[in-house]
Design a protein around this ligand. Structure first.
Ligand code: ZN
Length: 416
């Protein structure tokens, strides 16, 4: 597959143009207001498109409750809402076609994971205002598999139903999948479980957690991507080759940008995912900043699917720091560490500004038997090769670095 698949196609451009024309006619509409003054803007190319401002969760919040609605009342069949734990929620109206499109995409996700009408899907994400549960359910029914609509909580009942109904697919967040896996291991009932696959909402989750869930449950794991502002989960999915996630470019145009400048990231480089919907009716999104970090993955996927791919979610833009002109994410350091013999997964980064220069010191705990000097040399080499930054490596003993709940506190920026 050529890289062209990642560039805006004629068809995508046409859909975007039609969508914007329609949005500009919505009386007091969200985008009619947002793009006011830019028009008449005739979008003839991707360059014209890139002149449009981004939208952000904060903009969407300001439209609460129904300011995003882009169709007449009689066409809205449902709303969903983001969790709103940090303030005003975002309400997303759906038309009948939106609901149907979402189910079609979700069915495609299941098929990408090799799930068939003979499977029994144990659905643990919540039902209700949040999009997850009902999305998993609708796609399952469209596929023709059996939905077991559990929702979250009540571990005893979860396990009983899982055994009695012979659930074959677990749909869950990574933390809930781990909780169930640990409970099943604790009770020693692994042989009564019939699970063969896990469909796990893509958030940043470590390799160790992934391996533990896979081995405790005896399942293959698949990442599913999505966000409430944009249908919900089901807009991208990993296939059996586990090399990123395919996404549905007949429904979305994806951009990956440098989160600091807003300019397109170089192909294959990590940046922030920006989503434009192509056919969404109730509340389309134009250049929506997800704050999720990922990258495009080029080349053909061994599965033969033509849908382009992004990497699994590598972090959030809030975790990003700019050092020596380079955007740096915790995921970068962790990737480099994986290739350093004798280094553990525990690290800490200090960034200081001395004599007009940024100095980045990377502390890492070395395994007791490792030669600290060799760990330091390898660490310096790997980071230079991967990120292009020369760092000061410091190997320390196991348990010498402070433990923290939050990943983001592994990087300390002392420059300002
Ligand atoms: Zn594939």
């Amino acid at each position: 597959m050529s890289q062209n698949r990642y560039e805006m196609s004629e068809r995508q451009l046409e859909l975007i143009r039609n969508q914007i024309d329609r949005l500009m006619k919505v009386p007091n509409g969200f985008y009619a207001n947002k793009f006011a003054g830019l028009y008449p803007l005739d979008i003839k190319s991707v360059e014209d498109f890139r002149k449009l401002p981004f939208s952000d969760k904060d903009d969407l919040r300001k439209a609460y409750p129904l300011g995003l609605q882009a169709v007449p009342d009689e066409e809205v069949v449902r709303i969903h809402s983001s969790s709103g734990t940090t303030g005003t929620p975002v309400i997303i109206p759906y038309t009948r076609q939106d609901v149907e499109d979402w189910a079609i995409m979700f069915k495609r996700c299941y098929e990408t994971a090799g799930i068939t009408p003979l499977d029994r899907l144990h659905i643990t994400p919540g039902y209700g205002l949040w999009t997850a549960g009902i999305g998993f359910q609708a796609g399952c029914e469209l596929l023709g598999a059996m939905a077991i609509p559990m929702g979250p909580g009540n571990t005893d009942k979860q396990i009983k139903m899982m055994i009695d109904l012979k659930s074959t697919v677990l749909c869950a967040t990574s933390s809930y999948a781990l909780l169930l896996a640990e409970e099943i291991a604790k009770r020693g009932i692994g042989d009564k479980i019939h699970l063969r696959k896990g469909v796990i909402g893509s958030e940043r989750w470590g390799e160790k957690m992934r391996n533990r869930i896979a081995s405790e449950l005896g399942v293959e794991l698949y990442d599913i991507y999505g966000l409430t502002e944009c249908y919900g989960p089901g807009i991208g999915m990993s296939c059996e080759h586990q090399c990123g996630m395919h996404y549905w470019d007949d429904y979305f145009y994806f951009e990956i940008i440098d989160p600091k400048t807003g300019e397109p990231a170089k192909f294959g480089e990590i940046g922030e995912l920006v989503i434009t919907t192509l056919t969404k009716q109730g509340a389309p999104l134009i250049r929506y900043r997800t704050h999720d970090l990922t990258r495009f993955i080029g080349g053909d996927c061994p599965c033969g699917r033509e849908y382009p791919r992004i990497d699994i979610i590598l972090g959030r833009t809030d975790d990003m720091i700019k050092v020596k002109g380079v955007n740096l994410f915790p995921a970068h350091i962790e990737e480099a560490l994986k290739e350093v013999d004798g280094a553990s997964s525990e690290y800490q980064v200090m960034i200081d500004h001395l004599n007009g220069k940024d100095i980045m010191t990377v502390f890492v705990e070395a395994n007791p038997e490792a030669d600290k000097k060799m760990v330091e040399t390898a660490l310096k080499d790997r980071i230079k090769a991967k990120i292009g930054i020369t760092v000061v490596p410091k190997a320390v003993g196991m348990g010498e670095l402070p433990r923290s709940e939050k990943k983001s506190t592994r990087i300390f920026d002392n420059r300002y």
